[in-house]
Design a protein around this ligand. Structure first.
Ligand code: FMN
Length: 172
């Protein structure tokens, strides 16, 4: 079976830590970790299964043209890519306490771009166990991907990833 690409950004923080845990849960030889910064479309096209991971940090979701993080840049290219025939999933870092009305909004933003690019989105997650008011990632009673909260519930991250990866082994 071909390898799974895990596209993540930024590096050096909670998102990279989570990306590594997702890769480990599949088995190191089954996944390839690719920082989203400077990634080329050709780097992605070789994969039929792609996992995207990013934090919500209020830049592109808040449309601040002066802030450009790795995802701001990549999102301007993602929706134009051809992801037809590719199976995709999204995880996102967020903070349920400080950003309860924007909890993991970027999971919704990234998922919308994946769908616009023709990708098949899998790996939606039940909201049980999360406490939040609103989220762009929450549609029809489910999160479009896996929310992770390293700020308030770091002890739940590994279990959430393990459960999600088991689901992805059947859906992705
Ligand atoms: C400036 C800033 C804005 C943030 N905005 C949100 C937000 O809108 N929604 C949310 O769920 N989390 C928000 N967070 C929390 C981050 O998503 C969270 O801390 C995440 O773990 C950071 O990941 P990183 O270490 O890879 O950057 C924000 C954090 C910062 C610093």
């Amino acid at each position: 079976m071909d390898k799974i690409a895990i596209l993540f950004g930024p590096t050096g923080g909670n998102t990279e830590k989570a990306a590594n845990l997702v890769a480990r849960a599949f088995g190191e030889d089954k996944a390839v970790l690719i920082p989203v910064k400077n990634v080329q479309e050709s780097d992605i096209m070789a994969f039929s299964r792609i996992i995207f991971g990013g934090p919500t940090v209020g830049t592109h979701t808040w449309s601040d043209p002066n802030q450009k993080n790795d995802w701001d840049v990549f999102l301007t290219r993602l929706y134009k890519m051809d992801l037809k025939g590719k199976s995709c999933a999204v995880f996102g870092l967020g903070d349920q306490v400080s950003y309860s009305f924007k909890f993991v909004d970027d999971v919704g933003t990234i998922a919308d771009h994946v769908i616009q690019a023709g990708g098949k989105l899998v790996g939606s997650v039940d909201p049980e166990g999360y406490t939040f008011d609103e989220s762009k990632a929450f549609r029809n009673g489910k999160f479009l991907g896996l929310p992770l909260d390293e700020d308030n519930e770091p002890e739940l991250t590994q279990g959430r990833i393990n459960k999600w990866v088991e689901l992805l082994k059947t859906e992705l």
